[in-house]
Design a protein around this ligand. Structure first.
Ligand SMILES: CC(C)(COP(=O)(O)OP(=O)(O)OC[C@H]1O[C@@H](n2cnc3c(N)ncnc32)[C@H](O)[C@@H]1OP(=O)(O)O)[C@@H](O)C(=O)NCCC(=O)NCCSC(=O)Cc1ccccc1
Length: 177
């Protein structure tokens, strides 16, 4: 697998236009989505660290707000946690990438309020910056995955990506306006 040209380098956070908190920072140890920042913790209870060979690993714990029914976590929340774990793999290599596709096998129901093990690892990265990444969730102490994700992530320059997004959205709203 070829890795990004600048492993270990940490790009500066992208400042928001009004000078408020950074829009995005890809420092692995400080990774937290904007939606989780006010609470200061990942809503999926994810705590990740670097593993070997570009992998990340750690734990997750879903609280009652993620219940679908019967003490089982909603599939969308499971996918959110797997997406986050996959996204952490390029971030551990100091690049932002976004999810282009994700396929999830829900093998067993995921329980609420239990410590879960999480593992995500890169299968490949091509010269266009497309990554194939896998992630799994396990009940702690069990080696059969509860669910497995295979995802394609695409590297983006954060400033250009979010700038282009804003221009596109503003353009649509102005045209409708
Ligand atoms: C980047 C790519 C996947 C591929 O794009 P490309 O290589 O350029 O391929 P293509 O040219 O086929 O484009 C297809 C269409 O897309 C349009 N377009 C492209 N860029 C922009 C733009 N900036 N703004 C607006 N539109 C844009 C483009 O014009 C085209 O439109 P068209 O068909 O001509 O009318 C793009 O489809 C995309 O941004 N998808 C949404 C991804 C996403 O939001 N993922 C979830 C969040 S990340 C996450 O949760 C994981 C995470 C966790 C933890 C930590 C970190 C991460």
């Amino acid at each position: 697998m070829s890795l990004p040209a600048r492993p270990g380098a940490v790009p500066a956070p992208v400042e928001s236009p009004d000078g408020a908190a950074p829009m995005f920072s890809i420092e692995f140890g400080k990774m937290l989505c904007m939606g989780c920042r006010p609470a200061g913790r990942c809503r999926f209870g994810l705590v990740l660290r670097r593993g070997e060979n570009g992998a990340v690993e750690g734990t997750a714990r879903f609280s009652a707000e993620h219940e679908g029914a019967g003490g089982v976590v909603h599939g969308g929340s499971v996918m959110g946690a797997l997406d986050e774990a996959c996204g952490a793999v390029p971030i551990a290599a100091a690049v932002l990438s976004v999810t282009a596709e994700m396929n999830v096998a829900f093998r067993r129901p995921v329980p609420l309020d239990r410590e879960l093990d999480v593992r995500a690892w890169p299968e490949s990265r091509d010269e266009r910056g497309h990554w194939i990444i896998h992630a799994e969730l396990y009940l702690s102490g069990d080696d059969r995955p509860l669910c497995h994700a295979q995802a394609r992530f695409v590297e983006r320059d954060p400033e250009k990506h979010y700038g282009r997004f804003k221009e596109w959205l503003d353009g649509r709203e102005n045209a409708a306006g």
